[in-house]
Write a protein that binds this ligand. Structure first.
Ligand code: G3I
Length: 422
């Protein structure tokens, strides 16, 4: 019987597919991995969204093929993960009571980390933003001035949530909730129940927790803490209580205080005052989490100075949410305000953005390497530009097709230089 010879076009097609497959494999196999080149210095992590954690297309405007590619890149490059959103109170505990939890997405995230042998951080237990109104509700009339000039909640957020809408008390305060409030004791009880339930569920699996997030007031001025429903109802010791409850729930967990804008000397001074006060009270705060949502003008010197001063507290440091905004509108600051994100990413990208980004990342990683004794984890806030909360600022090492940008090479080069110098 005569063998059927496939049409020449089919050969070409098959060959092309085979070459593409080899090319794709060879590219990722040849490419160095961040987790490998930095393994002697610190873990390299990233914030994972629900699509990547569950391996299914959905909320982040990624089709299935893109999600598969995102997941492959996460596994290839990183050895540490944090959930971008799914452990925020609004998402994990939307309704009151023991049956008011939604653990599905958070469980998927933790299982992803465990099955890929990554260390896992939890984000976040107590935050002024993304906390449902029921948490603060009670029978005590609010102070006459409370929330008087609060703006309308941001439309992108669920109703009934203390949304990140900005406002006179800083971002996240202005929002739906103006009604009668819980007492200090009621709110402490809710905080304790929440922390014990969430931290307890993942005990031994989640290694570090962002216990309190963004409690410090921006910039200079005399107020160390931002005004929030937490600080107004409980008082400034809500921070100490949150750490105490988290420590009770998992005595082995590494407990972080996490904030942004610590490259600003005035805000950093407030951090130092806060942490010294917590240390004096023997509060179990174990790590300084510095988010580092910076911009392309941020230099080695700026980060070096920030790390030097933070390290003087004697605690390890984690860089928790690193990205480098390449938008012209982002040059004014290093905030992390969702409500201000539109202005921070407007004006188009700066000229020569890929080179500026590579230079900034090189300087930052030089500073991280210099402080390797204090620095234990560096976490990027997202896997690539397409899924970044600052997508318009193209702030990450990989583009929306998961191709490495010059900034990736710059970061790898810094590790290689450090290895040679050893
Ligand atoms: O999931 C819903 C989706 O169902 C809905 O269709 C869509 C409508 O816009 O909204 C989706 O939720 C959004 C969520 O991100 C997931 O994409 C929320 O509106 C949006 O507010 C939320 O933004 C997150 C923001 O925190 C507020 O929680 C960002 O993804 C996240 O990157 C950002 O992360 C924060 C850190 O937690 C703390 N530090 C600052 C950092 C940047 O702001």
């Amino acid at each position: 019987m005569k063998t059927q010879i496939p049409h020449r076009k089919s050969y070409v097609g098959l060959l092309t597919v085979a070459l593409l497959a080899i090319g794709a494999t060879a590219q990722s196999a040849d490419r160095p991995a961040l987790k490998e080149v930095y393994k002697n210095y610190f873990e390299v992590g990233m914030a994972i969204n629900r699509s990547a954690a569950t391996g299914t297309a959905g909320g982040a405007n990624r089709n299935q093929e893109q999600v598969n590619s995102d997941v492959a890149l996460v596994k290839e490059q990183f050895n540490h993960i944090v959930p971008e959103n799914d452990m925020k109170w609004q998402l994990i505990h939307p309704r009151e009571g023991a049956d008011g939890y939604n653990f599905g997405p958070a469980d998927a995230f933790v299982n992803f980390g465990l099955s890929n042998k990554m260390s896992i951080a939890g984000h976040t237990l107590v935050w002024h933003s993304q906390t449902p109104n029921w948490v603060f509700q009670g029978t005590n009339p609010p102070p006459a001035t409370a929330n008087a000039s609060a703006p309308t909640p941001a439309t992108a957020n669920e109703a009934g949530t203390n949304t990140p809408a900005g406002g006179r008390r800083g971002r996240g305060f202005g929002g739906g909730f103006t009604g009668p409030r819980a007492s200090r004791e009621e709110l402490l009880q809710r905080m304790r129940d929440h922390i014990h339930t969430v931290v307890g569920r993942y005990k031994g699996k989640i290694k570090s927790w962002d216990v309190v997030n963004e409690a410090i007031a921006d910039g200079g001025g005399t107020n160390i803490l931002r005004s929030s429903l937490w600080s107004e109802i409980i008082g400034p010791d809500f921070i100490a209580k949150a750490f105490q409850y988290a420590h009770e729930a998992d005595p082995n967990a590494i407990l972080r205080y996490n904030d942004y804008g610590l490259e600003n000397p005035l805000k950093r001074q407030k951090l130092i005052t806060l942490i010294k006060s917590l240390q004096a009270q023997k509060v179990p705060v174990h790590v300084i989490g510095s988010q580092a949502h910076v911009n392309v003008s941020t230099t080695f010197e700026t980060m070096d100075q920030a790390l030097t001063e933070m390290a003087s507290l004697g605690l390890p440091i984690h860089i928790t949410e690193l990205d480098v905004n390449g938008a012209a509108g982002g040059l004014r600051g290093t905030g992390a305000d969702v409500a201000a994100n539109i202005s921070a990413t407007q004006g188009g990208l700066v000229d020569n953005v890929n080179q500026r980004l590579a230079d900034a990342y090189a300087g930052l990683f030089r500073a991280f390497l210099k402080h390797r004794d204090s620095l234990k984890v560096v976490t990027f806030w997202g896997v690539n530009d397409a899924v970044s909360w600052r997508a318009n600022g193209k702030p990450l090492l990989f583009d929306g097709n998961n191709q490495p940008k010059p900034a990736f090479d710059a970061v790898i080069t810094e590790a290689k230089k450090a290895a040679k110098a050893r």
